[in-house]
Design a protein around this ligand. Structure first.
Ligand code: NAP
Length: 340
């Protein structure tokens, strides 16, 4: 049997590049969607694999955006939709974040139904923030599960700050995908992936020069000085290599069809990342601010989020946070050594 062809949107992305690397390694053919020829050619150079090619779709939210590329590629049987705005540069929440996310997702699904009925599996990248809020993450009384939805409304997303706009963009894009499947009964089965904060090395060392927002959170520790306050950040992290694998297992595994799958491995507070770096990169010991030792049961106090179903469906043994941080920092230090 010839290799399956997988279409991946947002191929330039931090997560998508890892997905594509793993797909190519497993023998799949991959077509990556990018917004310009220059971006596609740069990726071709990075992947240097004859089984990788790219297609341009400049504007996700334009009606029929994917009609031409899907008509051109009847060999595609799996579609992974990762592209979505994830940026601090937002002037207009609705135009810059919500519409590309929601209408981009709808366009993908409409085009697949109309022009690519041979596609049997679709995976959409959502977010843990589609299910729970920042506030719930640190609320000791909170109890949640993979079946929950963030309470943010579309209006709050349009008019609030980024902490409302981004979750709204992910929640309403994901809801649109599930509604499409329910109402349109297409040929494909849908899975959605809900990553927590994604950390870990870039797929290619060159990516260090332009670190993605979430990966930059780890890198920022290196800039802290002894007297600096440690940023008050808590979240649930997952290694980028694990979340990439989750996207692949989501279409390979029968039991993942029709599922929302949370990818959130390790609760953490920022001081833990400082500690990991101090332990493993002793040259930063004197520079980094002191941290307090966490009591043994520290995390019992907050975020009770039941993701047992997702863990069982994926069956991934998550990479420990310590390794994720070590691999990220090692890559950054190697890059800095080479590039001054
Ligand atoms: P990323 O590196 O910023 O990748 C985003 C991708 O989407 C890029 O390929 C980007 O293309 C494309 N994109 C962004 N805005 C677009 C627009 N308006 N029109 C067309 N394409 C657009 O981020 P990432 O972390 O890999 O994110 C991938 C997915 O994971 C997103 O759906 C994000 O919401 C989700 N996610 C990420 C995290 C995390 O911690 N990283 C956590 C939860 C969920 P260009 O390169 O051309 O800009």
């Amino acid at each position: 049997m010839s290799a399956q062809t997988v279409f991946v949107t947002g191929a330039t992305g931090y997560i998508a590049q890892h997905i594509i690397l793993q797909l190519l390694k497993k023998g799949y053919h991959v077509i990556g969607q990018v917004r310009s020829v220059a971006k596609g050619e740069a990726l071709e150079k990075d992947f240097s694999d004859k089984n990788f090619s790219f297609e341009i779709v400049e504007v996700l939210e334009k009606d029929g955006a994917f009609d031409v590329v899907l008509t051109k590629h009847p060999e595609v049987t799996v579609f992974l939709h990762t592209a979505s705005p994830f940026t601090l540069e937002v002037e207009d929440n609705e135009k810059d974040m919500i519409i590309p996310a929601v209408n981009g997702t709808k366009n993908v699904l409409v085009s697949i139904k109309r022009f690519a009925p041979q596609i049997k599996r679709v995976v959409v990248t959502s977010s843990l923030l589609s299910a729970i809020s920042f506030a719930e993450l640190i609320d000791p009384k909170f109890r949640g599960s993979e079946d929950d939805w963030h309470s943010v409304t579309l209006e709050e997303g349009k008019n609030g700050d980024l902490s409302a706009a981004y979750p709204a963009s992910k929640k309403f894009a994901e809801l649109a995908a599930w509604d499409f499947v329910k109402d349109e009964k297409p040929n494909f089965q849908l899975s959605t992936i809900l990553p927590g904060s994604v950390f870990g090395p870039q797929a290619f060392e060159s990516g260090v020069s332009n670190l993605h927002l979430s990966a930059a959170m780890v890198a920022k520790v290196l800039k802290l000085k002894r007297d600096d306050a440690i940023p008050d950040i808590v979240s649930i992290a997952i290694d980028v290599r694990d979340i990439a694998l989750a996207h692949i297992l989501a279409f390979e595994k029968e039991e993942a069809a029709g599922q929302r799958i949370v990818g959130a491995a390790h609760r953490f507070i920022y001081s833990e990342i400082v500690d990991i770096i101090r332990r493993n990169f002793t040259e930063f010991d004197c520079q980094l601010p002191p941290t307090e030792k966490l009591p043994n049961n520290f995390y019992d106090k907050w975020v009770k989020f039941d993701d047992v179903k997702s863990r069982k469906t994926l069956g991934i043994e998550y990479i420990p946070l310590e390794k994720t941080v070590i691999d990220s920092i090692t890559q950054i230090l190697d890059y800095n050594k080479k590039h001054g």
